[in-house]
Design a protein around this ligand. Structure first.
Ligand SMILES: [Mg+2]
Length: 301
């Protein structure tokens, strides 16, 4: 960890001068839980000095998470972040309307955002689960059917947070209540119905094939096009297996250490930074190192 005071050595590139974000040739994509936010306290305090450096340099910080739009909107407010963001593990990219001079092709305008959807909507997975109820009666419960009170009971979340967790647009969490042998048949039936099933702590999540890497590549191309820049230098930071597609897609991958498991299993050898510190402190350490390596910050003596 670099303990020497750092200061921005200049803007990454001059801004457009019309109030729009600077036309940066640099971009940072970051996971939230366990990466920018502490795994237990959800605090980003240890990352704040590096967030300030990115702000000072006009480098967009794009948040990329498994969280829902509703959850991410609240977090972006807390982080004072006005940049595009990626929800539900890459299912959709939300760009604040007017962020770029032109609305990107392939997006729809909705609720003040230009939205690029990379996965099927939640309704598709709810319909699949309704169909499977006949085959596996009473063996599973899912958020849409459980409602807020049921979700609060299943998760232990307070009602307000249960409502946020239920505000999903592209995936559906399922709790299995049957035996292991039947579970295999159920997961196979979900896959046959077109769902990609990922396992979280206590829930399975049904969703489409999108991943964080695809979202990163699409959004990076939009930045390049909007700014008229051929090559963008980007950094992706993550701590988990669901970050690997994003970590493989960026120019530089920052693997952020977790307290209780190994670093994300990337296949690349080049352009990889591994943090020594855990969580947001490791994030700040890696982001700062990347800025130093690119000559964007200087060490104050
Ligand atoms: Mg994470």
């Amino acid at each position: 960890m670099n303990s020497v005071p750092l200061s921005a050595s200049g803007r990454a590139e001059a801004g457009a001068g019309d109030g729009r974000p600077a036309g940066s040739a640099f971009l940072v994509f970051s996971d939230l839980d366990g990466t920018l936010l502490d795994h237990h306290s959800y605090s980003h305090a240890a990352a704040q000095p590096a967030i300030d450096l990115l702000d000072a340099l006009g480098i967009p910080l794009v948040l990329v998470s498994s969280k829902t739009r509703a959850e991410m909107v609240a977090l972006r407010r807390r982080l004072a972040n006005g940049h595009p963001f990626v929800v539900e593990n890459g299912a959709a990219v939300f760009i604040p309307e007017g962020y770029f001079a032109e609305q990107p092709a392939g997006t729809v305008a909705r609720d003040g955002y230009w939205v690029r959807e990379l996965a099927a909507p939640r309704a598709r997975w709810i319909a699949l689960l309704e169909r499977l109820e006949g085959e596996f009666p009473g063996r599973f419960e899912y958020f849409a059917r459980a409602g807020e009170a049921g979700i609060a009971a299943m998760t232990g979340l307070p009602p307000a947070q249960a409502a946020l967790a239920n505000a999903r647009e592209y995936s559906e969490p399922v709790q299995w209540r049957g035996d292991d042998a039947t579970l295999e048949a159920f997961l196979a039936a979900c896959a046959a119905g077109g769902a990609k099933v990922s396992r979280g702590g206590r829930f399975y999540s049904l969703g489409g094939e999108a991943d964080k890497g695809e979202a990163l590549r699409w959004l990076r191309a939009q930045f390049a096009m909007a700014r008229g820049i051929r090559h963008i230098k980007d950094l992706a930071a993550g701590d988990g297996a669901n970050d690997v597609p994003m970590l493989e897609s960026a120019g530089t991958a920052l693997l952020v250490r977790a307290p209780d498991r190994p670093l994300p299993p990337v296949r690349r050898d080049e352009g990889v930074l591994c943090s020594d510190a855990v969580g947001p402190a490791g994030w700040a350490e890696g982001v700062t190192q990347w800025l130093c390596e690119n000559g964007l910050v200087t060490q104050d003596s």
